[in-house]
Design a protein around this ligand. Structure first.
Ligand code: ADP
Ligand code: ASP
Ligand code: MG
Length: 407
């Protein structure tokens, strides 16, 4: 018996039957004597539909009004789920982000949770009510509604689990846990019984959407006992924790893919000190995150610098750099959207120098050209042509997890 936070994603609450199924999971947990806080996403494609609806009215709508609109999706699913639980005869209350005390900064559309005042939730739990909270939203210092960025309900759940000192945070989704690669796209993907926070954070950041990366960061910071599992199968899922038993054995835990990136290349820069500083300090000042960076060897007196940014930042980055063309001093900028990042992640690779070469071998055998490479202690990422990305993931996955690797 304890306090359990359970989060249900969009597919898990997509229609009336699924909402009843979720209500059953919640009330079963409650019947075992636990206090339950459930965090829900909007139903199915509701958030995408709301974005499209806004586009019909005003494609340049302010971020504040977008948040006002998008936050409604989660209110619908929470109210409906509370109604289902009421119908089953259990005490229940649904709360919006502001009613639940979720305070954020003012970055509409990508707000960070600053603080949760859990008083209202605790009062309801003391009355033995089940509490349903809207994911993905909070309020800022002006009492305006904010949203946390796409996929942000995971972060709402983990933040609530941390603030309420919950014994467990369960993320219920439409697959049975965290796999060695996206099980919907990669043949032979295997469910991981457990994974470290660090590896999960890398996988999530590198494109495995099963968890919002900020939720993993927060789970690590507050040592939240986290589990990813299916709302459909009832099978044990994946535990995300600080240390896992099998850590020494596996070199690679998973393969991830990110198509939501773009590449900029500044061609014809002067080959002299201070150029990289000028470029990247300008981007940092404009809060543009840069990922993989590659500088060519100088040719004559010039060199090129290429780097990747997230796709939505691509044009903004280009515009800003072009404004400063004179002072940075370059010939022209090349922009490419036809790229994808494919990565392997594993805590065990730091002591195994052969891991990166196995990945490159798989790409070589498949005739896939690597455009850029970046490594850290627990990951290797490569950029490939976007049309090759799915095949690259499958080839790399086969190399590390294929049948010939078993036993
Ligand atoms: P929810 O709506 O429940 O938040 P998401 O769609 O955000 O669900 O995340 C679940 C999806 O993440 C899965 O359906 C799967 O296609 C995808 N996914 C990508 N990489 C992985 C992975 N390594 N393990 C499990 N699922 C993954
Ligand atoms: N409904 C939001 C989205 O679709 C948040 C979430 O589901 O986590 O991004
Ligand atoms: Mg999600």
């Amino acid at each position: 018996m304890g306090l359990i936070v359970q989060k249900f994603g969009g597919t898990s609450v997509a229609d009336a039957d699924r909402i009843r199924n979720v209500a059953r999971i919640i009330t079963d947990t409650y019947k075992q004597g636990n206090s339950v806080v459930a965090v829900l996403s909007a139903q199915g494609d509701t958030t995408d539909d709301l974005i499209a609806k806004a586009g019909e009215i005003n494609p340049n709508a302010s971020k504040r009004e977008m948040d006002m609109l998008l936050s409604t999706g989660e209110q619908i699913s929470c109210a409906l789920c509370a109604m289902a639980i009421e119908a089953m005869g259990f005490p229940v209350v649904s709360l919006t982000g502001w009613q639940a005390g979720v305070r954020t900064n003012s970055a509409y559309g990508d707000a960070r949770i600053k603080h949760i005042n859990g008083e209202r939730i605790l009062t309801e739990l003391d009355k033995r009510s089940i509490v349903i909270v809207t994911g993905f939203q909070g309020i800022n210092k002006c009492d305006d509604v904010t949203t946390l960025g796409r996929g942000g309900s995971d972060t709402s759940a983990v933040a609530l689990a941390a603030a309420l000192h919950a014994d467990l945070c369960q993320i219920y989704t439409d697959v049975e846990g965290v796999y060695t690669a996206d099980p919907r796209c990669v043949k032979g993907a295997q469910k991981l019984p457990e994974i470290t926070y660090d590896e999960m954070l890398e996988l999530a950041t590198l494109g495995a959407q099963v968890l919002h990366n900020r939720s993993v960061e927060m789970a690590k910071r507050y040592n939240v006992n986290l589990e990813v599992l299916s709302s459909f199968s009832g099978k044990p899922g994946t535990k995300v924790k600080e240390v896992v038993k099998a850590m020494e054995k596996t070199q690679v835990s998973g393969v991830a893919k990110d198509k939501n990136i773009g590449r900029l290349a500044l061609v014809g820069l002067a080959d002299q000190p201070g150029i990289a500083f000028k470029i990247f300090s300008l981007l940092a000042k404009n809060r543009i995150n840069v990922d993989i960076i590659l500088q060519s060897i100088g040719r004559g007196n010039t060199k090129d610098i290429s780097f990747t940014v997230s796709r939505p930042e691509l044009l903004r980055a280009k515009t800003i750099l072009e404004e400063y063309r004179e002072s940075i001093g370059f010939d022209h900028i090349d922009v490419s959207e036809n790229i994808a990042k494919v990565s392997i992640v594993g805590a065990g690779m730091v002591n195994n120098p052969g891991v990166a070469s196995m990945m490159f071998e798989a790409l070589y055998v498949g005739g896939i050209n690597i455009q850029m490479i970046s490594t850290s202690e627990i990951k290797v990422s490569v950029l490939v042509d976007v049309t090759e990305a799915d095949r690259a993931v499958q080839l790399i996955h086969d190399r590390f997890f294929g049948e010939h690797m078993l036993g």
